[in-house]
Design a protein around this ligand. Structure first.
Ligand SMILES: Nc1ncnc2c1ncn2[C@@H]1O[C@H](COP(=O)(O)OP(=O)(O)OP(=O)(O)O)[C@@H](O)[C@H]1O
Length: 739
């Protein structure tokens, strides 16, 4: 360590002399151990197969956990220095590939086998060597045996994730759990129905959205149910981390001015893309900047990142990141809401300082002391020829977040653009590759375009899924009874959040939209539902026709020879408004497939399977007749209105009738069942009341009054609505807006 570093850092000699032994198999949970790696010939194992690192200097890091904690988690990286024989920045920027978004696959039942060479194999991925370690497990260099393409496979210990998740539950509340902050659509990783993948759901959700050359690409997520491991398959960044950063030692292989600019420009583009899409990384540091074979910088590790649902919102109370890279406004225990964008910019400043000078701008012995130094002291800068660089560092490491330089301003910085000679690609070009998931905001927009009834219907179908929340499923055997009245407000909100996520995901696939459109546009245009949508009530058909309503079953039993097959009746009975349940069911399936989330699919199929496998008795007990969910926009109360439509099925001859005839007859019979009338009556009769019970009474009384004299077909279609739940505040606000 040179004298400048020593003077600059003020690090006690005892720490500076701390050379620790290398040990590949250390317990990473231990607070007092060091996890380090050594490799044959000092060569990054990932490079040994086909890409010998001729220009690469591999170094090892050996920080004590005390020291590395300043730099973030149990970082134990393979550290490589920047090669001076790189392609020019201009040529690299010219070749920036804005590739098409890749779907992230999720596999729940993966298994690890051993191949003929004695290597572990995970699906098609042969795990060749360990190339790094993180807080939750190892990172392997893997090769796809079919394509021979290299990947970095990150292995997570589920036990460690769960432990962390539980700790976060206390610390951050349900929305802050798991790796990656997911915003309000977060599923509950600890719920009994959660999949192990939920432990990393936040990180996966964020990574799924991102398609940018400077952000590491996630390809696949796999859970091995038989053991403690879970895997994320990333694009391989062959050249490893940007630079080893130590609290104690200066890295001698610092970047040249030109390389520094190139790396920083790429960081700016990556961060601009993230921020533009309302994602705050929160842990920017050289350790989390890897380089690919062509030296494209890749931002990695979204484990503490935060995704904001509201455009432009970035205010957060949470502290995360590595102390040495934390912005001063985060360096106090009682900090209120801070701008996440500004904190990322600060970390970029620390990172730029590091890669230029090989050491940190602020160093101290303890985290608390480090916080104080960052908050109160000024950094010193080594002798620097380029005043533009000094100025930029000053603007990045501005203690007042309001005065700190913004990404927008960075674009025109004299050092960054080399006085305009090396400009960045335009913001439009850089951020054009839109995120793939549709947000709640997109959904609002879609609903507002009321002309797009298909979209509206899809949203409603998805909303239905939200109503059939895990809470209600857990607590009730009824498929329609909906929500557990005793569920806490928090759970209710969370359930609504889940439905938000589902809606968003359903809206993703344009394929499914076009598939929906033929039938649904037709039925929506003829259906009374369309008119009711324009009122302030939102209808959600709850029952899937394949639940084989009690009345259908009864009738089938009573007249075994006089009916077309039950499923035909169900199909044909679905003309007009009552067709919704079937299509909603179909839509469920489509959406489940689209969601890619196996757990969601399983959830659906579990429902379906359990429905199918119920014996007749329990099916009769549990299945409720078809009906509709009606939600009062003013109160948020949701009622279920059974339709009993199938009882009105007309007599059918013993001979098999052509489908068209059956369809005609059934649809004729059920045409009067348009529930618009009931909706209106419910709306008026169930005027907002202070308690659910009174709502229920009101609702029931409406039902009773309107259904008296059950002999009339119309009346038989108007049984009593009953309270089934309440919309979450967020959901209500959303529908109110769209209405
Ligand atoms: N995509 C990748 N390509 C190449 N090497 C990688 C890749 N991802 C990670 N590595 C290597 O593995 C090391 C550990 O990465 P990892 O993200 O697990 O650790 P970490 O930064 O401590 O994060 P976490 O807190 O998520 O565990 C990295 O420093 C790097 O050397």
């Amino acid at each position: 360590m040179d004298s400048f570093v020593q003077a600059h850092s003020g690090i006690p000699p005892t720490i500076l002399q701390d050379d620790l032994p290398l040990d590949m198999d250390m317990d990473m949970d231990s607070n007092n151990t060091t996890t380090t790696l050594s490799f044959e010939n000092g060569i990054h194992p990932a490079m040994m197969d086909s890409n010998p690192p001729s220009t690469l200097t591999e170094t090892l890091s050996s920080f004590s956990s005390d020291r590395s904690s300043f730099l973030g988690s149990t970082s134990n990286n393979l550290l490589s220095t920047f090669s001076s024989t790189t392609s020019t920045p201009a040529s690299r920027r010219g070749s920036m590939q804005f590739t098409k978004p890749v779907e992230v696959r999720e596999t729940l039942d993966a298994s690890v086998t051993e191949n003929a060479d004695g290597l572990r194999q995970l699906k098609q991925y042969v795990l060749k060597r360990e190339i790094g370690r993180g807080a939750f497990g190892k990172v392997h260099h893997a090769v796809d045996e079919n394509t021979n393409i290299s990947y970095a496979v990150k292995e997570f210990s589920k036990a460690k994730l769960r432990k962390k998740d539980k700790a976060n539950l206390f610390k951050l509340g349900p929305r802050g759990r798991g790796r990656g902050r997911r915003g309000p659509e977060a599923p509950s990783p600890l719920s009994s129905e959660s999949s192990p993948l939920d432990l990393i759901r936040g990180e996966v959700a964020i990574l799924k959205k991102l398609h940018h050359p400077n952000i590491v690409k996630l390809y696949e997520v796999l859970d091995v149910s038989s053991d403690d491991s879970m895997y994320m398959v990333f694009e391989m960044c062959e050249k490893g981390v940007l630079m080893p950063v130590s609290l104690t030692e200066k890295c001698e292989d610092v970047f040249s001015d030109e390389d520094c600019r190139d790396v920083f420009q790429q960081m700016v583009l990556g961060i601009e893309y993230l921020h533009e899409h309302d994602i705050i990384h929160r842990d920017i540091k050289p350790d989390n900047l890897l380089r690919s074979e062509d030296e494209t910088v890749k931002i990695v590790d979204f484990g503490v990142s935060e995704m904001f649902n509201k455009k432009g919102d970035d205010m957060t109370k949470k502290s995360a990141g590595s102390p040495a890279f934390m912005a001063p406004e985060l360096c106090r225990h009682d900090h209120g809401e801070v701008s996440g964008r500004a904190t990322d910019i600060w970390s970029m400043g620390v990172t730029l300082y590091c890669i230029r000078y090989g050491l940190l701008p602020y160093i101290s012995e303890s985290i608390l002391e480090m916080h104080k130094v960052i908050r109160e002291e000024e950094y010193t800068i080594p002798p620097e020829n380029d005043q533009r660089f000094v100025d930029l560092i000053k603007k990045l490491l501005e203690k007042d977040p309001l005065k700190r330089i913004t990404i927008e301003q960075l674009r025109n910085d004299p050092w960054l653009t080399n006085d305009g000679k090396e400009p960045l690609i335009s913001k439009e070009e850089n951020t054009a590759n839109a995120v793939t998931e549709v947000t709640e905001e997109d959904l609002r927009g879609a609903i507002q375009k009321i002309g797009g009834l298909v979209t509206v219907f899809k949203a409603i179908a998805k909303f239905k899924r939200g109503i059939k929340s895990p809470v209600s499923r857990r607590s009730s055997t009824s498929t329609t009874a909906g929500r557990d009245e005793s569920a806490t407000e928090q759970e209710k909100m969370q359930d609504a959040d889940e439905s938000d996520a589902t809606i968003s995901q359903a809206m993703t696939s344009s394929d499914s939209t076009s598939e929906m459109s033929k039938d649904e546009v037709k039925e929506m245009s003829t259906s009374p539902l369309s008119s009711t949508l324009e009122s302030s009530l939102v209808h959600v058909s709850l029952e899937e026709t394949e639940d084989k309503s009690e009345s259908t079953k009864n009738q089938a039993d009573a007249e075994p020879t006089s009916h077309p097959p039950k499923q035909d009746i169900n199909e044909t009975a679905n003309e007009g408004i009552n067709e919704k349940p079937k299509d909603a069911a179909n839509e469920e399936t489509k959406v489940a497939a689209n969601e890619e989330t196996k757990d969601a699919v399983n959830e659906e199929s579990e429902d379906a399977v359990s429905d199918e496998t119920k014996d007749d008795k329990s099916a009769e007990e549990e299945a409720e007749p078809e009906g509709y969910q009606i939600c009062d926009m003013k109160t948020g109360m949701c009622y279920w209105v059974p339709s009993k439509k199938v009882k009105t099925t007309p007599p059918v001859s013993t001979a098999e009738e052509p489908m068209e005839d059956v369809e005609e007859k059934v649809s004729e019979t059920i045409q009067p069942s348009a529930p618009t009338i009931q909706v209106a009556s419910v709306e008026h009769a169930t005027a907002p009341s202070s308690t659910d019970a009174s709502h229920q009474d009101d609702a029931s009384s409406v039902g009773q009054s309107s259904s008296s004299g059950a002999s009339s077909p119309t009346q038989s279609l108007a049984p009593g609505p009953r309270l089934v739940g309440k919309l979450s505040r967020e959901r209500l606000a959303m529908f109110e807006k769209s209405a």
